[in-house]
Design a protein around this ligand. Structure first.
Ligand code: MET
Ligand SMILES: [Zn+2]
Length: 762
């Protein structure tokens, strides 16, 4: 069968749908397979069941154009690497699934591929590795079998694949490739594989294929724009192929718009929530898949505004299809599952299924809105639902004015503080610490569930947490760590826990969103003004400190991260929301200090995540984000050592801003990325304590003391010895106690071996 004549694109679609399962079925199936408790066949059956459920649900909601290949056992970028044959030889296994998991999670002897944030979201993708010798080749089994599975259910679908330009721009270079090589150099080879994919899908009778190109909303240079042109000229000119939708999202297309408009692709997806419709006239003659329903927040769509945007697009471009601004991967499944939410808040909300219904409804409204120029909402159409204002908008919060960067914040300059802290804390060189969390045992989670269900009373739960703290402190003393933590046993999640204790937030019971692989979070909903009614962490941290003579590090989540990992009200500038949270964190830092904690860590792993994708907005963002952090931490005295933690280490991009945070010690992920950070010139100039992670906590592998020692030696070659800290890449909560104990033993051992040498250095 060859491709039929171009089929018109139906009136409504979505760019993608959640896949973890409404009850996190995929998470359970994956973890059970990884632990050897179930077979690959069982895992495959779970996947098939989830896909069937998703398609039936979408069809039931009235959606005509259904996506496929948006299901993934781990990550869609990793799936694309497998599809294109970009599999480094060290990961090849007997089944596609095991190869996929080897790349994502590593194996006994082999470290996994790097993982990083998907644009400015909290979703993580696996970074493909491309070199001059990568042997590309098509493995189309997955998209083809999904098309067939849906067809067996009587449903036609549109396979979704990451597009060639985004795939190559996100890839990193195989270690050892010649200098100057860039993955984009392999564009022509990769396009050959995409051509074969399109031919294969056409032979399957597929009418449309969606190629996701979110990289097109970032600043592109001449070479990248030329790649866009080359890619879509070539794929568009292919003889027997399905119609092509090139989907952009997370912002406006900017300079890539006229380039795409010039190519023979049939449809272009544009984000009209985060990008502006300027220039869409260039798409006349094409189908515009207009993302007017946000795929990234949980707010109901303002129907009038959305319809206005759709009518404007229809006036300028050819055919308009109503869609989401991006995949619904980033929002929970179904608001109907949340029975405990305040009804006034509920009325303002829409999760994935509600957003699908909005898309369908808007398509109906658009169809009945007659010629351009007629009233935006036809009389016969249901009146748009008014979105109520935030409930607490009237609560007066003394808005903090964060101290501008560079201005005095109350603390002395770093050298003065460093001396005061050294005298007070008396730490050895290369102090060993952790990032905060210790393994969250099943027992602990069960106790929390029992508390929520009313089966365990507060006092019994509290004692359970205290017992855990006692064990964690004793373990750290026994292993010989220098700065201890209480282990965060009371926290379900580093953001949700604070949200539950601050006014202005609501939390959900089932609102899970995939973070990476089998990991999910339940982002809180920040809907009103934020205030801290009372201290949050002080009793746990001071209890831990009461158990030991060594310093315990109080552990807080920073204002940018709390906001970044929540669904945030959209009626205030983000900066103002962050300032409110910074004020609450500031009060908590001061209370920890007053309770006798000499070290306080304020985590900002999301600092870079909110960085605007285009350079034009980045300086302004960093200025207010850094100011908010300094406001949160600068109430501490000189003797109190402030730590911060980031889960990545793209030093060139962000290290200057990290320096401006003015924290005394910064820990960053480094082991997972093969200590690339240490090669960055910016590291040499870093003027404070730095702990480049020496233990990749995303992998079940335990590093040996020798491996840790090598990473520390590498750090000591570029950093002064009195500023190097020894710590894992991130928190330990996803690991087992067996792994953690073995790994921390090796961290302490490696630090001890090097201390002598460091102390005797001139
Ligand atoms: C994602 S960063 C995690 C930091 C937190 N303190 C932890 O150790 O889990
Ligand atoms: Zn982290």
């Amino acid at each position: 069968m060859t491709a039929a004549r171009p089929q018109p694109f139906p009136a409504a679609t979505i760019l993608g749908y959640p896949r973890i399962g409404p009850g996190r079925e995929l998470k359970r199936a994956l973890e059970s397979y990884w632990d050897g408790r179930s077979t690959l066949d069982e895992l495959r059956r779970t996947g098939a069941g989830l896909r069937e459920r998703a398609w039936r649900r979408l069809a039931g909601l009235g959606l005509q154009a259904l996506p496929s290949n948006t299901f993934s056992l781990y990550d869609q970028v990793l799936d694309t690497a497998l599809l294109l044959g970009a599999v480094p030889a060290r990961y090849r296994s007997t089944t596609d699934e095991d190869t996929c998991f080897a790349m994502a999670r590593g194996t006994d002897g082999v470290a996994p591929l790097r993982m990083t944030k998907w644009f400015d979201t909290n979703y993580h993708y696996i970074v493909p590795e491309i070199g001059p010798d990568t042997a590309f080749g098509l493995s189309a089994a997955k998209p083809v079998s999904e098309v067939r599975q849906a067809r067996d259910l009587g449903l036609e679908t549109r396979p979704v694949v990451i597009g060639p330009v985004t795939f190559l721009l996100l890839a990193e270079v195989t270690p050892g490739a010649p200098a100057g090589f860039a993955p984009l150099d392999r564009l022509a080879d990769v396009l050959g594989v995409y051509e074969r994919l399109l031919t294969t899908l056409a032979a399957e009778g597929v009418g449309w294929v969606q190629l996701d190109e979110p990289a097109l909303v970032t600043d592109l240079g001449a070479a990248e724009l030329a790649a866009v042109r080359a890619a879509y000229e070539r794929l568009g000119s292919l003889a027997d192929r399905p119609s092509l939708l090139v989907a952009s999202y997370f912002g406006g297309l900017g300079e890539a718009l006229p380039v795409l408009a010039d190519t023979p692709v049939e449809a272009v997806g544009v984000d009209l929530v985060h990008g502006d419709p300027a220039g869409l006239g260039a798409l006349a003659g094409k189908t515009v898949v207009a993302g007017v329903v946000s795929g990234r927040d949980v707010w109901r769509t303002d129907r009038e505004r959305a319809l206005g945007a759709l009518l404007a697009v229809r006036e300028h471009a050819g055919r308009v299809v109503v869609s989401t601004s991006c995949s619904l991967l980033h929002v929970p499944y179904d608001l109907d599952a949340e029975t405990g939410l305040d009804p006034a808040l509920r009325r303002r909300l829409a999760f994935a299924d509600q957003k699908v219904a909005e898309v369908v409804e808007l398509a109906d409204l658009l169809a009945s809105a007659s010629a351009p120029g007629s009233p935006a909402v036809p009389v016969s159409a249901p009146a748009p639902v008014a979105v109520p204002a935030p409930a607490s908008a009237s609560v007066a919060v003394p808005a903090p004015a964060p101290a501008p960067v560079g201005e005095r914040t109350g603390r002395s300059p770093y050298p003065v503080r460093a001396a005061a802290q050294a005298a007070h804390l008396r730490l050895p060189p290369l102090p060993v610490t952790t990032i905060g969390s210790f393994p969250q045992t099943g027992e602990l989670r069960a106790a929390r569930a029992a508390l929520a269900a009313g089966e365990l009373d507060e006092a019994a739960y509290e004692e359970r947490v205290r017992a855990e703290i006692r064990e964690v402190v004793a373990l750290q003393e026994r292993l010989g760590l220098d700065v201890l933590v209480h282990g965060e046993p009371e926290r379900n999640d580093m953001v949700q826990y604070f949200a539950e204790h601050l006014d202005g937030f609501a939390v959900t019971r089932h609102g899970w969103v995939q973070s990476y692989g089998s990991r999910c979070t339940r982002p809180p909903i920040l809907h009103g003004d934020v205030r801290r009614p009372e201290p949050i962490t002080v009793r746990w941290a001071s209890y831990a400190q009461s158990l030991t003579a060594r310093p315990v590090k109080g552990m807080l989540t920073g204002p940018v991260t709390i906001v970044a990992w929540s669904f945030v009200r959209d009626d205030l500038p983000l900066r103002d929301v962050v300032c409110q949270v910074a004020d609450a964190v500031r009060a908590e830092v001061r209370d920890l200090e007053a309770a006798g904690l000499s070290v306080v860590q304020v985590d900002e792993p999301a600092l870079r995540e909110l960085l605007p994708l285009r350079r034009a907005g980045q300086d302004a963002y960093l200025e207010w984000a850094v100011a908010a952090y300094r406001w949160a931490t600068s109430g501490a005295g000189d003797r109190t050592q402030i730590h911060t933690h980031l889960c990545y280490s793209d030093a060139d991009q962000i290290l200057a801003a990290v320096d401006a945070l003015d924290a005394d010690v910064t820990s960053v992920e480094s082991a997972r990325s093969g200590a690339r950070l240490l090669g960055e010139p910016a590291v040499k100039g870093f003027g404070r304590g730095l702990g480049p992670g020496v233990y990749d906590i995303h992998s079940p592998r335990v590093p040996t003391a020798d491996e840790v020692g090598e990473l520390l030696e590498a750090a000591l070659r570029v950093l002064p010895a009195d500023r190097v800290w020894v710590n894992p890449d991130c928190g330990l909560k996803t690991r087992t106690y067996g792994q953690v104990e073995a790994a921390l033993t090796n961290l302490v051992e490696a630090a001890r071996r090097l201390r002598g040498a460091v102390e005797s250095r001139p």
